[in-house]
Design a binder for this molecule. Sequence first.
Ligand SMILES: Cc1ncc(COP(=O)(O)O)c(C=O)c1O
Length: 388
Amino acid sequence: MELAHIITERVAGVTATAKAALHEPLFEGNELTYVKDCIESGWVSSVGQYVDRFERDLAQYTGCARAVLVNNGTSGLQIALELVGVGHDDEVLVPALSFVATANAVRHCGAWPHFVDSEYATMGMCGPSLLAYLDEIAELRGESCINKRTGRRIAAIVPMHTFGHPVDMPAIMAVADRFRIPVVEDAAESLGSTLDGRHTGNFGRCAVLSFNGNKIVTTGGGGAIMTNDIDLATRAKHLTTTAKLPHRWAFYHDEVGYNFRMPNLNAALGCAQLERLESFIARKRQLTLRYQAAFDGVAGVRLFVERPQTRANYWLQTLTLDSDAAGQRDAILAATNDAHQMTRPVWELLSTLPMYRTCQSMETPVARDLSQRIINLPSSPQLVQGTR
Ligand SMILES: Cc1ncc(COP(=O)(O)O)c(C=O)c1O
């Protein structure tokens, strides 16, 4: 049998459903109760008890000192970059293999993405390649890291925890320390993932989560800036809430702020979803074991599993094709989708998109290779029976 058909059969066997989405939200806890409470109380908009509570709950869950809710992960990244000092015409090191928002947020600050290769072990930014590359193209001038080729400042590094698998953050932090570059973790996909027992988002100056509808925990749309730097959190709250000085009635704004607030209605959903997160992760881990068993002995494919010392949230289950099976990727995508088992390829490399094609980039052989060999499989927690 052809690989495409073997995979389709195995995926359908694991999902045990005639139609499996890539990732569906699951509302089985207090979602309706909390949202109803917002509606009945009239507190549906930009302030309210669920905004305060979700920020507290997220901080407690992740071990970060503060969480600042925002309207989505992309605007969270923009503010995080601005707050670590990224400005007009700076460069920001981002993975070539990421969702487009990672690079877009850089441009929203008026800065330029500068693309970095991945490593096979994590699918994320490769510390050793980055170190060798910066040794060649960058130099420290005072406290600033300057790209000798462009003359521009390299103002931040944004590692991204792909599909919930933590980047090797100690390796990235060593490079960042050596070149004095602040780190913003794009943790949009990694709520619940840890490295050496530390939650992702605790390694850089700050991090950003996403609660988009397809994420492990959703608020419909939303995000959060996470940090252990209280001053940065205070600035983030101020900037994202129109820079208004607190007062009982006066409208006084002391800088050009943003209206990037998460409404109470969405935060209510988030509170209820966070209560269910550990159950979602347990089910996703169970799903990983089922896929692993299903693909055991199938030549040409391997399920991506967490590295030692990490706990992945397994947001999206990931199949990696062997190099000699990479040519069959599109046939596999077609066969699985035809059978209503929703699969997806990974993103096009950001450095190849029209708006980023002329940006700075190191050689990205690993990212390019991975981009042709990754297939995401149906990953919803409801594919596994839960225990309440
Ligand atoms: C890696 C990554 N970064 C950033 C984002 C942006 O988040 P949002 O969709 O909430 O703006 C997402 C998800 O959508 C993502 O997967």
